[in-house]
Design a protein around this ligand. Structure first.
Ligand SMILES: [Fe+2]
Length: 283
């Protein structure tokens, strides 16, 4: 029987990888978040994860849910959205076609519009590539990446997350789920972009709500968090409607989940958004 052995909310901001340049001014600012992602990778290895399932809020779709079911993810990625930040980033990671197709079948069984694709030229987005760079750098585990539709509902994303869990439980895999996306996500407007934008929040309201959310998670007050999630996603400019977080909690058991939330680095701003790395324990 398959098992969910690790679940986490993770950041995928490009400044993580930019901070690796020898002369990067972001080195210190991003070091705790980088270490947190590396620690999640070590934990995944220790727990003998065989497949990472990534809810990628940077892979946004207009029509339906999509799953990258390729047997191998191989390519050189330049971000359309931020080509000055991510260029020619090579990746070569094994996929998990069987689990991807099982997730699609489970979701389709609930009436959800979801497709699993085996198209060699369908590459990964940086919401998957960046976390894998730290957690799965040499492709020691398989990867399934799931897109986030722009025009969907909380109920649909919840159904997708629940389908993921059923597919995991019925598989032969030891799975880590990563909800890859921001907390709040108001970015700095163009005219205000500058060196300070990397490390400052664009909305104090958003920062205050993000900190409250982290407190609720620490206190395991998940039912209250889920009750506020629809408003949080809208009023704090959720990345992809916070679909990654909706799917994560659906996979964990929704408001019946009572595990510990372990914050692995301080909350940090990036380009105006709110970021964090948190493991949600499933043992
Ligand atoms: Fe993003």
């Amino acid at each position: 029987m398959g098992k969910l052995v690790l679940a986490a909310k993770v950041s995928h901001v490009p400044s993580l990888m930019l901070s690796e340049a020898p002369d990067s001014p972001l080195k210190q600012a991003r070091a705790p978040a980088v270490e947190a992602l590396c620690e999640l990778g070590r934990r995944a290895r220790t727990r003998e994860v065989t497949t990472f399932v990534v809810f990628d809020t940077h892979w946004l779709s207009n029509f339906g849910y999509h799953i990258n079911a390729n047997a191998q993810h191989r390519g050189s990625f330049t971000s359309h959205e931020a080509p000055h930040m991510i260029q020619d980033l090579r990746y070569d990671l094994p996929g998990d076609t069987a689990l991807a197709e099982a997730i699609a079948a489970q979701a389709q069984g609930t009436g959800l519009k979801v497709l699993a694709h085996k198209v060699p030229t369908l590459g990964l987005e940086y919401g998957t590539i960046v976390p894998m760079h730290y957690l799965n750098p040499d492709g020691w585990a398989k990867v399934v990446s799931i897109a986030q539709p722009l025009f969907t509902t909380l109920d649909e994303s919840r159904a997708l997350g629940e389908a993921v869990r059923r597919a995991i439980d019925q598989s032969d895999e030891r799975v880590a789920i990563l909800a890859s996306g921001s907390l709040s996500h108001r970015l700095w407007p163009n005219k205000d972009l500058g060196p300070d934008a990397w490390t400052s929040i664009a909305s104090e309201f958003n920062r205050q709500v993000d900190l409250r959310v982290l407190q609720l998670w620490q206190e395991r007050r998940y039912a209250e968090f889920i009750a506020m999630l629809p408003d949080y996603a809208v009023k704090c400019n959720g990345e992809g409607g916070m679909g990654d977080t909706i799917m994560l909690f659906a996979a964990l058991g929704w408001d019946a989940y009572h595990g510990a939330a372990e914050q692995l680095c301080d909350y940090f701003p990036s380009s105006g958004s709110g970021q964090v790395n948190v493991e949600f324990h499933v043992s």
